[in-house]
Structure formats: C-alpha cells, structure tokens
Design a protein around this ligand. Sequence first.
Ligand SMILES: [Mn+2]
Length: 103
Amino acid sequence: MKTVLLVHGDSDGVVSGALAYKFFTIKHKNQPLEVFFSHPAGLHVDLKEFATPGDTIFIADIALSELHLEELMKLFKKYNDKGELIYVDHHPEPLGVSVRFRI
Ligand SMILES: [Mn+2]
C-alpha cells in the first residue's frame, strides 16, 4: 500500500500537491508516497498506471473530462472501495454529475 498524489501541473495544482504531500507524510508515516502530475484528458490513464486498488489516492485540481467521465466514475468507485480516493477540485462539474458526496 502506498499514497499516490495526482495533481495538475499548473500553479494551483503544484501548491495543492505540496500541501497534500506535507499532510500525508505526517498522516501516513513510513508509507511510500508518490507524486505525479496529470491533466483532465489523461487522468483515467494515469490513475490506472500509477495507482493500485488499495492505495490511498489524492487527486487535486484536475477537472473531470466529459469524454472519460463514465470510466472515471467507475475507477473512482473501484479505487475507493479497495482503498481511499479523495478528489478535490475547483472546476465546474460536468453536467449531471455531482462529486459532492462520498462514494
Ligand atoms: Mn488549476
């Protein structure tokens, strides 16, 4: 088990990642932590490539791509069922989707 941070590579994404890095290095002492920069069109690919179900995953500042929304929602549920997936963002949600819930 490890902690995986997936954040956008722009300024607010990098700052979000730095804050999350500090938080998780304290919360999950002695647990490996990896940070990756991602983006809306590649989030579903990067999540599968860099995280394993059972990991703690923190995603910040990456909008949900409507093109990959169905797959992303399935992945979020799968990863959160096995471990913990935390998604934090400030972009508008795709129409018909509310991410203001715990899955
Ligand atoms: Mn941003």
